[in-house]
Write a protein that binds this ligand. Structure first.
Ligand code: HEC
Ligand code: HEC
Length: 371
């Protein structure tokens, strides 16, 4: 009996050991290639309130806590750029609602780009393509582009894959996010999937507008209320001369994501736009000079404005709209001249300022994990 008990214990220990999931499973891979970490994915619940549409998440990239965490690291890490100086966050800074404060962005070696950085917010609601011209169909496709853009990160994806495979911590983060067993399984494909997961987590739904209008938490000031009526054409009698912002900037996300010419450029014909925008992507001259309607959430934080950052202030934006465009043939019919008094302008701007969500820009989970 005395001998049987220790033997039993040893047998028990051995069998329990066998049942523990292998940490970095693969039996056949080279020891250098094996990743040591536990894969135990937990679904990430995207936090959209009920007054917003359902998020669109691709079936082949479900969100997990570890996926979002890996994406956050990659987003804030200059490892994706050639000289390790630029990260996604260099041009998409949390405190500026993920824009960069420049008219056009600055990439590696101080090279200037051609368009203004876009704010990253509630991206899972957009199904009509990303960038000002919609040329990237998904966030996964989008994230492939800046890395190899010679004006932005100027790096080569094969190099990025090598850097990530050799890195002291990324292999474990990739295993936790995607269950891969070998460092050599780290690819650009998984890299952009993780970045897209992090980007989908960037939800803003706690602005003063959300609280006052959707949650009935507090009252708008008189100025905000008048601004709201000027913004939403539905709130005023038909046929009244009106800014009509909500024709294109639909609530709750303040965009319909369509491609529209909002009358910025005074060109003699459709060939003459400096930046052809949507027309270049779908190769249709009638779409030249059309750009995606951007969200107005956090708009007070994202100056300068428009695809080329031509307006410094919201006052300048309002002056543009009240001018009614230039009569270029593909301008949207809702771009019409209207009168705005100084008080009207103040009121519209008070309304736009209600869309600022300070809890969004300060959320700890949206800041650099390297601080
Ligand atoms: C050098 C500055 C710069 C860097 C670096 C950069 N971006 Fe951007 N980003 C921009 C600009 C400018 C645009 C608009 C470009 C256009 O429309 O052609 C943009 C657009 C986007 C959009 C489209 C948003 C929308 O609503 O359509 C996403 C998403 C995005 N960037 C994510 C990223 C990610 C992820 C990275 C890192 C892999 C990154 N960006 C790196 C400047 C930058
Ligand atoms: C006919 C559709 C339409 C109407 C009406 C409209 N917009 Fe826009 N808005 C757009 C488009 C399209 C853009 C992007 C244009 C570009 O950059 O080329 C835009 C851009 C903006 C921007 C800049 C956003 C950024 O991220 O740079 C602001 C601010 C804005 N609009 C506010 C308003 C306000 C306020 C009104 C009402 C006075 C209004 N818009 C009416 C279509 C419209």
């Amino acid at each position: 009996m005395k001998k049987i008990i220790p033997t039993l214990i040893i047998v028990l220990i051995l069998t329990t050991c066998e049942k523990t999931p292998p940490v970095g499973g693969c039996e056949d891979c080279e020891p250098d290639d094996r990743i040591q970490a536990t894969y135990n994915p937990q679904p990430y619940e995207i936090q959209l309130p009920e007054w917003m549409p359902d998020p669109v998440i691709p079936e082949d990239n479900p969100m997990t806590n570890d996926g979002v965490m890996l994406g956050r690291h990659l987003f804030f890490d200059p490892i994706l750029s050639l000289d390790s100086t630029i990260s996604c966050a260099s041009c998409h800074r949390p405190e500026l609602a993920f824009t960069d404060g420049n008219a056009v962005s600055e990439g590696v070696f101080g090279r200037t780009g051609v368009r203004s950085s876009m704010s990253l917010v509630n991206l899972s609601l957009n199904t009509k393509g990303f960038f000002w011209d919609g040329r990237a169909e998904s966030l996964e496709d989008q994230a492939l582009i800046p890395v190899e853009d010679h004006l932005e990160m100027n790096e080569d994806w094969t190099n990025v894959e090598q850097k990530l495979r050799r890195h002291p911590t990324y292999p474990a983060l990739f295993r936790k996010a995607f269950g891969i067993e070998k460092k050599s399984e780290i690819t650009r494909d998984l890299t952009v999937k993780a970045i897209a997961q992090f980007e989908r987590s960037l939800v803003s739904a706690n602005s003063r507008y959300d609280r006052v209008i959707w949650l009935n938490d507090g009252w708008p000031t008189d100025s905000e209320r008048r601004g709201q009526q000027l913004f939403f054409f539905e709130e005023l009698p038909q046929n009244q001369q009106h800014p009509g912002c909500s024709h294109c900037h639909f609530a709750p996300n303040f965009t319909d994501n369509n491609f529209i010419n909002n009358g910025l450029d005074d060109v003699p014909d459709l060939e003459s736009f400096v930046d052809k925008g949507r027309g270049e992507v779908i190769n249709n001259i009638f779409d030249n000079g059309k750009f995606r309607v951007p969200t107005l959430r956090n708009i007070a934080l994202t100056a300068p404005y428009m695809h080329d950052g031509r307006f410094q202030t919201l006052e300048e934006v309002l002056d543009h709209y009240s001018g009614g465009g230039h009569g270029v043939i593909n301008e949207d019919p809702n771009i019409q001249p209207f009168f705005l008094s100084e008080q009207d302008k103040k009121d519209l701007i008070s309304f736009l300022e209600m869309l600022t969500d300070t809890s969004f820009i300060k959320k700890p989970e949206f800041q650099s994990p390297f601080q």
